[in-house]
Design a protein around this ligand. Structure first.
Ligand code: NDP
Length: 395
């Protein structure tokens, strides 16, 4: 019998939902690169229900208890008194989502003598010390592609929200006003604007594809160029250096991983390279930007707006300056955990667990670390230095 610790975010303040806004989810056959969606043998949840909070349990309880395992579900994950810590000594599996990550540090991994696999129900395993996982021969797996389009949609929403001045206009309605001039004095069309993404991976490329339909001029910078056919089809302009791209763009969106080369890349100096009045959207990682530099740029007008769903630290404290800076459109870290995304990563987590318990290989697309080294998609997307400090971070 295995003990599984499942760390999830809290239920809604008004309690776990008893009904939903919609009755079903659209059926998606494949991801855009041809990868298949999760293929568990069965699921014990209704797609479209809240699975990512404590009462949702990722729909795993019937399956795991049916096999005789013990499932602990908790949102308590910080500090040595947390429920997570209390169960680490004999846990065989730890599962969490990047939105509410169980930080699997080397200290925690050393305490977890029975730990065999750490699963990210979502994308990005930077909350796990991959060096320590390697050293203890622990498998790390995540559900690649499950929420990439969810994030891309959030990016497009935020670009439109900022440029068209949606949130302040909504607030005038809520205040009982009809203040058209107040609303439109910061409102523009995106048509004809130049938009650039730092990185054109799964999310960045999906953003570009969607923005093409808005007749925007599309730019990107990445370590590798996209195939010529893709550049041609979308009419993309490639920039060898991100610093070369900033100055030609009205809107910049960050879609690269956090690693030593990208940490703090948006700062007082690089913001000077932006056009005055540019918009910046960051759903990749809070630490890509220097917190106070963003505040200063919004206050001076160098940036016309900033939006995103990633912060540092997370959860953001009450006094975090991004809560109160002008012209922002921040959300908590939610872009990758829509009900649609939850159904996919709950099914993907179930698939990974079925493989684990049945002794079948976990697909390469999901593997980050196995057998003491980076494996599968992890071998392409992550790097682990000798000190473990150069881990690439993918939420
Ligand atoms: P991908 O791995 O598909 O794409 C990342 C791209 O970034 C790759 O093309 C990579 O190039 C490129 N890249 C890496 N370093 C640099 C750099 N220094 N400059 C320019 N490009 C670089 O990842 P996704 O598109 O799926 O995700 C992107 C990021 O979005 C994640 O790393 C994560 O931080 C964030 N994310 C956020 C979520 C949320 O809920 N808000 C959910 C999921 C992801 P190469 O091929 O050479 O490695």
């Amino acid at each position: 019998m295995a003990k599984i610790v499942l760390v999830l975010y809290d239920d809604p303040v008004d309690g776990y939902p008893t009904s939903y806004a919609r009755d079903d989810l659209p059926k998606i056959e494949r991801y855009s690169d041809g990868q298949t969606l999760p293929t568990p043998k069965a699921i014990d949840f209704q797609p479209g229900t809240l699975l990512g909070s404590v009462s949702g349990e990722l729909g795993l309880r019937p399956y795991l208890e049916g096999l005789g395992h013990e499932l602990i579900v908790t949102s308590s994950k910080e500090g040595t008194d947390s429920v997570l810590d209390q169960h680490l000594h004999d846990a065989e599996i730890v599962i969490s989502q990047p939105f509410w990550p169980a930080y699997m540090t080397k200290e925690r991994i050393a305490k977890a003598k029975n730990l065999k696999i750490i699963v990210t129900a979502g994308i990005g395993s930077d909350h796990t010390d991959l060096d320590a996982a390697n050293a203890h021969n622990i498998t790390v797996a995540e559900v690649t592609f499950c929420n990439s389009i969810s994030v891309a949609e959030h990016v497009v929403m935020m670009i439109l929200g900022l440029v068209r001045n949606y949130i302040p206009s909504y607030q005038w309605v809520m205040k009982g006003g009809w203040n058209i001039a107040d609303c439109v004095s910061r409102s523009y069309d995106v048509e004809g604007m130049h938009v650039g993404t730092v990185a054109a991976g799964r999310i960045g490329l999906a953003v570009l594809k969607r923005l093409k339909l808005f007749d925007m001029h599309l730019h990107y910078t990445d370590r590798h160029r996209l195939p010529e056919s893709v550049e041609k089809e979308l009419g993309l302009t490639w920039h060898a250096k991100r610093e070369d791209m900033y100055g030609v763009c009205d809107v910049v969106t960050l879609n690269c991983p956090l690693h030593p080369e990208t940490e703090g890349m948006i700062n007082d100096e690089t913001l000077k390279l932006f056009k005055r009045g540019a918009y910046l959207v960051n759903t990749a990682r809070g630490k890509l930007a220097v917190t106070d530099s963003i505040v200063r740029a919004l206050e001076s007008g160098q940036l016309a707006g900033y939006a995103g769903d990633v912060w540092y630290p997370q959860p953001a404290p009450q006094g975090h300056p991004w809560r109160t800076m002008p012209h922002h459109g921040m959300t908590p870290h939610i872009s990758g955990t829509s009900l649609s995304a939850q159904a996919r990563y709950a099914a993907g987590t179930r698939e990974i667990l079925e493989c684990y318990f049945e002794g079948r290989p976990i697909r390469d697309e999901y593997l980050i670390v196995q057998g003491g080294k980076l494996a599968g998609v992890g071998a392409r997307s992550y790097s682990v230095s000798d000190s473990g400090k150069e881990k690439m971070a993918k939420i």
